[in-house]
Design a protein around this ligand. Structure first.
Ligand SMILES: Nc1ncnc2c1ncn2[C@@H]1O[C@H](COP(=O)(O)OP(=O)(O)OP(=O)(O)O)[C@@H](O)[C@H]1O
Length: 274
């Protein structure tokens, strides 16, 4: 295409919206001898939400956990491929996985506040990283960012466990963003929540994506449609007698749901198989 004078002639810089931030290419992912995932390449763009969908056991969580080396904690885990964050491979031998997780934080399926005060839950990571600035200021900013401040500002000394499920999940999001990661990984963050709390987290995700890049695993196709800019559909290959997950199709969410290219995607979206 020939650029007109109004069109940019250079590709956007690394901090620009929609710049490729995390490039995840899983050739093979093993737990011991079991090949759990193969051939899955998912590029994740800055300030966007990328959803992983597919039936149980297709490797969505395994793929997500590759993005911040969370699988390293699993005995027998082996990974072939690469995950490039800002162009650098996070699996390089010299990279410290703990440092990776500072940039790429995670929120889990079950809200899991620590058994300590709301304030200390959010301050936890800052203290761990020996943050030298004003911790109270950061705690407030994180709680505001997670849309929880107004509900907890008068009870910061109460236990995080005293909050409702939806509030606990927003507390976990506040804890994750307090240290200002660039990426937030969310593994079915709403599956333990009621529909109202779920919608609040979904609205929050839309706000957070202005500042953070988000990847989410969800079983809920409607949720993927509502929140995700791009969607990766994974399925399970049983042709060789095993159960290995693989990427069937990846693209803009609207396109993937409205005109899927692959038969397997069509059938899954129509609910013909799960
Ligand atoms: N820590 C582990 N050790 C051994 N096998 C594992 C481990 N975690 C996952 N697996 C296996 O890897 C495969 C993919 O699991 P994974 O949890 O990534 O799939 P999923 O698509 O997220 O599933 P679900 O939707 O049910 O959570 C499954 O067969 C699962 O049993």
């Amino acid at each position: 295409m020939i650029a007109t004078t109004n069109e940019p002639t250079q590709s956007p810089g690394p901090n620009a919206k929609n710049h490729l931030l995390l490039d995840c290419k899983i050739d093979n992912l093993y737990y011991g001898n079991f090949r759990a995932v193969r051939d899955s390449h998912v590029p994740i763009h800055r300030s966007s939400i990328t959803a992983f969908i597919g039936p149980s056991g297709c490797g969505k969580s395994s793929a997500l956990r590759c993005l911040n080396r969370m699988n390293d904690l699993v005995r027998g885990f082996r990974f072939e491929g690469h995950v490039h964050f800002r162009g650098k491979d996070i699996y390089h031998a010299k990279v410290d996985p703990v440092a990776v997780r500072r940039y790429i934080g995670m929120v889990f399926q079950q809200p899991n506040p620590f058994a300590m005060s709301i304030y200390n839950n959010v301050a936890f990571g800052l203290r761990l990283n020996r943050y030298r600035g004003d911790i109270a200021e950061k705690v407030e900013a994180a709680l505001r960012g997670a849309a929880l401040w107004d509900e907890v500002k008068d009870k910061l000394k109460n236990s995080g466990l005293s909050l409702s499920g939806g509030q606990q999940q927003r507390l976990c999001i506040a804890r994750a963003i307090a240290t200002e990661p660039e990426v937030l990984l969310m593994d079915e963050p709403c599956s333990a929540l009621d529909p109202i709390a779920t919608r609040r987290i979904e609205d929050l995700m839309q706000e957070l994506k202005e500042k953070y890049t988000i990847a989410i695993v969800t079983h809920n196709l409607q949720q993927a449609k509502r929140v995700a800019d791009r969607t990766a559909f994974m399925y399970v290959d049983t042709s060789e007698g095993g159960r290995t997950g693989y990427l069937v199709e990846f693209g803009e969410t609207d396109g993937l749901f409205e005109s899927p290219q692959e038969e397997a995607t069509k059938q899954y979206i129509r609910g013909e198989f799960s």
